[in-house]
Write a protein that binds this ligand. Structure first.
Ligand SMILES: [Zn+2]
Length: 489
C-alpha cells in the first residue's frame, strides 16, 4: 500500500525547511495557498480580523501563528490551540568564521541545542538561513532574504580508525567539530581581487570579508541575489544536503533531518488548513489556532520563543475580538459599562475555556535498546500519536486532556498511544508545561513517535504524518463543541 500523500507533502516541506526561517516561509506558503491573510503584530487588527476570517502572522521570521475565527465567535469564547516548534539542534556559522589550518579552509561554527554531534560527521553539509541586505538608494533600507546553498560545501571528516581506537566517540565541540570548506590555495588565488581605493568610510565592525572566507561570502551573496557589499549581517545554519526520503521495505519509514519538530509543525499547519474545509467556520463559536515557536531547543526564553509574550499577547487581542454584528446592543440606553465589564474579563474567560495540544515528537521503542523504555509504554511506529505523561510535570498532560483527545481520536478514527519514562531515566520536556503554567490553559503533551531524536538523520513513520494531521484537524474543527463536555472546573 502506497503511503499517504501527506507523507510525501511532508518530505517536500522538510526538504524546503533547513532552518526555522525556511520552516516559517514554507508554512506561510501553505497558509497563503489556503486563503489565509498575512497580518502584522505592529498593526491594529480592529478593521482587519473578523469572525469567519483566516489569518497568520510571524515574529522574527522564525515563529509563526495562524488562526481561523469561527463565524459565531464572541469575546471570551474558547480557543483550540496546537503548539509546536520550528527549530532543531544544529551548527551555526560564528560571527567571525574564517579559519585556516594545515592548508585547509575551515568555517567556525557554534553548537545550537542538544544535538547528537557525532552524527554530523562525514555528512555533505551546506548552509542556509537569512541574510540582511542593504537595499535602495542613498541610506536605503535593510531587508531580510532567505538563502539556501543547495550544494555540499562543508564537511566534518572523522578521524581514521587507525589513528583513534576509542569506542565512545564524544568529539570536543570547540576543536573537533570544525568543518572543512576547501583548500587554502584556491582561496589565495581568488582573494587577489584589488580593494577599492580611496574609500575609508567608518565601519563600527570589522568588514564581513575579514570575518568570513571571501569564497564563502560570494556563494551566500549569489544565493541571496545581491552583491557581497550589500550584505550587512547574516544568520546561517548548517544542514545536511541529503534529502529526506521514504524508507523501509514498504515505505513505512521517513528518513529525515528535523523530524523533531518539523513533523509536528507541518501536521499542525496542515491540520488547521484541513479543518476549515472539513468543518466550515460558519457554525463555530471558537477560534482555531496553531503556534509554531523558535528556540524550543534552547529553553524557549527569547522574544519569539514559547516563553515570550507571543502567545499571551495574541490570545489577549483575540479574546476581546468583537463577534458579528447580530449581537451588538442597539441603542445608547445602556450605559457602556455593561460591554466594558464583559470585555474586561474576556481574556480570563478565554484562557479558562481554551485548550492547548503541545505537539512535539515522542520516542518510538528502539528494538536494540528496549530496556531503556518502560515495559508497558513502548510506542510503536505508525500506530498513531503518543500521549506523553509525567507525574513530575515534565509534560502537562492530565485526565481531562486525555478524555478530550480520546474523544477527538474516537470521532476521527486515529489510534493513540501512551508514554511515560522509567523512574530511573532522564525525561525531556516541551513547551507544554511552560505555556500551561504561564496561561493557566488546559494542556496535553503529545507527538508522533520517532527514533534517533536530535540526530542529523532521524527516523519516523510515514503513516503517522496522516494520523497527526487527522487528529489536529479533528481537534481544531470540533473543539468549540467538545469543550463544553469536559466538566472539570
Ligand atoms: Zn522537540
Amino acid at each position: 500500500m502506497a503511503p499517504p500523500t501527506t507523507a510525501l507533502e511532508f518530505l517536500d516541506f522538510v526538504n524546503a525547511s533547513p532552518t526555522p526561517y525556511h520552516a516559517v516561509a514554507a508554512s506561510a506558503s501553505l497558509l497563503e495557498a489556503a486563503g489565509f491573510t498575512k497580518i502584522k503584530e505592529r498593526d491594529s487588527w480592529a478593521s482587519i480580523v473578523k469572525p469567519g476570517g483566516k489569518y497568520y502572522l510571524t515574529r522574527n521570521g522564525s515563529s509563526i501563528v495562524a488562526f481561523a475565527v469561527g463565524a459565531l465567535w464572541k469575546p471570551g469564547n474558547p480557543i483550540g490551540m496546537v503548539g509546536a516548534h520550528t527549530d532543531s539542534p544544529a551548527l551555526r556559522v560564528k560571527p567571525a568564521s574564517k579559519r585556516t589550518a594545515n592548508g585547509y579552509l575551515q568555517v567556525g561554527v557554534e553548537t545550537y541545542g542538544g544535538g547528537i554531534w557525532h552524527s554530523w560527521f562525514d555528512r555533505d553539509l551546506s548552509v542556509a538561513g537569512r541574510v540582511l541586505v542593504r537595499e535602495g538608494e542613498g541610506e536605503g533600507n535593510f531587508a531580510q532574504k532567505l538563502v539556501k546553498v543547495d550544494k555540499p560545501i562543508l564537511r566534518i571528516p572523522t578521524l581514521a580508525i587507525h589513528l583513534h581506537r576509542q569506542t565512545n566517540f564524544d568529539p570536543n565541540k570547540e576543536d573537533e567539530l570544525l568543518p572543512v570548506a576547501g583548500l587554502a590555495e584556491a582561496e589565495l588565488n581568488k582573494a587577489a581581487e584589488p580593494e577599492a581605493e580611496g574609500e575609508s568610510e567608518f565601519q563600527p565592525l570589522k568588514a564581513l570579508p575579514e570575518r568570513h572566507h571571501p569564497a564563502f561570502l560570494s556563494l551566500v551573496a549569489a544565493e541571496a541575489g545581491v552583491d557581497v557589499s550589500q550584505i550587512v549581517d547574516f544568520e546561517l545554519i548548517l544542514y545536511d544536503t541529503h534529502k529526506a526520503c521514504l524508507g523501509g521495505l514498504n515505505d513505512e519509514f521517513i528518513f529525515s533531518a528535523r523530524l523533531d519538530n518539523l513533523n509536528m509543525t507541518f501536521c499542525s499547519i496542515k491540520g488547521l488548513i484541513s479543518s476549515v474545509t472539513s468543518t466550515p467556520l460558519d457554525n463555530d463559536t471558537s477560534i482555531r489556532l496553531v503556534a509554531c515557536f523558535d528556540h524550543e531547543e534552547i529553553g524557549s526564553l527569547s522574544a519569539h520563543g514559547a516563553d515570550s509574550n507571543l502567545l499571551p499577547a495574541i490570545l489577549r487581542r483575540l479574546s476581546v475580538l468583537p463577534g458579528s454584528s447580530t449581537t451588538s446592543p442597539s441603542s445608547a440606553s445602556f450605559s457602556p459599562s455593561h460591554e466594558d465589564l464583559a470585555a474586561s474579563t474576556a481574556f480570563e474567560q478565554t484562557l479558562a475555556t481554551s485548550f492547548l495540544l503541545s505537539a512535539d515528537m515522542a520516542h518510538a521503542v528502539h528494538p536494540n535498546y528496549a530496556a531503556k523504555y518502560e515495559r508497558n509504554h513502548t510506542p510503536a511506529m505508525n500506530k498513531g500519536p503518543v500521549i506523553k505523561i509525567n507525574a513530575n510535570q515534565r509534560y502537562a498532560t492530565n485526565s481531562p486532556g486525555i478524555v478530550l483527545i480520546q474523544e477527538v481520536a474516537r470521532q476521527t478514527k486515529v489510534p493513540l498511544q501512551l508514554f511515560v519514562v522509567k523512574n530511573d531515566s532522564p525525561c525531556g520536556s516541551t513547551i507544554g508545561p511552560m505555556l500551561s503554567a504561564k496561561l493557566g490553559v488546559r494542556t496535553l503533551d503529545m507527538g508522533n513517535p520517532q527514533l534517533g531524536m536530535h540526530s542529523i538523520r532521524e527516523t519516523g513513520g510515514s503513516w503517522d504524518v496522516e494520523h497527526a494531521v487527522r487528529l489536529f484537524e479533528g481537534f481544531l474543527g470540533r473543539f468549540g463543541e467538545l469543550e463544553r463536555r469536559v466538566l472539570v472546573d
